[in-house]
Design a binder for this molecule. Structure first.
Ligand code: HPA
Ligand code: ZN
Length: 315
């Protein structure tokens, strides 16, 4: 990666902590927790990271998360991510975690939260990285389950800044979660949601109008709807775009087709993020580097993208 790219101060606003679980740490945690894995070794697992769509990735992502059992595991996961941030001049992070992925396996909510929270606090003190944690609901599960998760989370209200919506998009429109998002907002939490990754522009409209989100996660399909484009430009609603993720999950065929710079030039507040870096081939820095290499992103454009990420922080 060019040094000038690495040196740019950046914020990462779209990162699933469970998606930062590198194969090496996954194997180490499996051994520590005495869990048998279906993959022979790290290389075999990495070789399985070939996906045709979001769902194929999610199946492996949830399988990988099964090695996360103890507070220390969640601490180690988060701490490893923050070290990567430090090396790439990421100075602020607003990561997601998926409580239901863990509570559904019998891991108590507070075990997950305490491990993550302690690492974030240490990251602030020892690495100088500020943070705001976002609790994400799994949209393939019923809204009722999201309500239960929010209830479990409320004793720890001060540990996070907002709620998000992730997992399988198609067939699970934002409108299914209107009430739980209203409840979360009434508690003073910010709202964000994945929309327009695989799903149609209508899902972005719903996320804005019904969930009242502050930021759109992905949102690359907004470009198919001119009226929507005008709105996100006029209102300067940030998009947390994840270029390498979009290629790995076949949202675009190759990086040369990605629309992030076209959006940037049209005045959309786009940002660069890694989504699930352990699975998609790199962290924020590698995402910037790919735009430079394949789309001819200039230094001036990189600076605007980095500034957008700092401007689009929720905290
Ligand atoms: N999309 C939806 N859900 C997710 C993703 C994603 O890219 N990564 C982890 N959960
Ligand atoms: Zn995501």
């Amino acid at each position: 990666m060019p040094e000038w790219l690495n040196a740019l101060p950046k914020a990462e606003l779209h990162l699933h902590l469970e998606g930062s679980l590198e194969p090496e740490l996954l194997f180490a945690l499996a051994e520590r927790n005495q869990i048998a894995l279906p993959w022979a070794d790290v290389e075999t697992l990495r070789a399985a990271y070939a996906f045709n769509n979001l769902q194929e990735f999610l199946d492996l992502y949830y399988a990988g998360a099964n090695v996360l059992r103890t507070e220390q595991d969640f601490y180690d996961l988060t701490w490893a991510y923050l070290q990567r941030c430090k090396a790439q001049n990421v100075i602020h992070v607003e990561p997601f975690f998926d409580p239901q992925t863990h509570t559904d396996r019998g891991i108590p909510f507070e075990v997950v939260l305490r491990g993550i929270q302690q690492a974030l606090l240490d990251g602030e003190q020892q690495l100088g990285i500020s943070h705001g944690l976002i609790l994400s609901f799994l949209r393939h599960l019923p809204e009722e389950e999201a309500f239960k998760t929010l209830e479990q989370a409320m004793p720890f209200r001060d540990a996070f800044i907002g709620v998000g919506l992730d997992s399988s998009e198609k067939g699970f429109p934002p409108r299914l979660f209107e009430r739980v998002f209203a409840k979360a907002r009434s508690e003073g939490l910010h709202a964000v949601a994945h929309a327009g990754e695989e799903g149609p522009p209508e899902y972005i409209w719903e996320a804005l109008d019904l969930l009242k989100i502050k930021r759109i996660d992905h949102g690359v399909r907004a470009i198919e709807d001119e009226r929507l484009m005008q709105r996100i430009i006029d209102e300067q609603i940030p998009l947390t775009v994840c270029p390498l993720s979009n290629i790995k999950l076949c949202v675009f065929e190759h990086m040369g087709q990605h629309n992030i710079l076209e959006m940037l030039e049209r005045g959309v507040k786009v940002t660069v993020n890694s989504d699930d870096p352990a699975y998609f081939g790199g962290y924020v820095g590698e995402n910037f580097a790919a735009l430079h290499q394949h789309l001819g992103m200039t230094e001036a454009q990189a600076k605007r993208l980095a500034q957008n990420s700092l401007d689009a922080r929720l905290v």
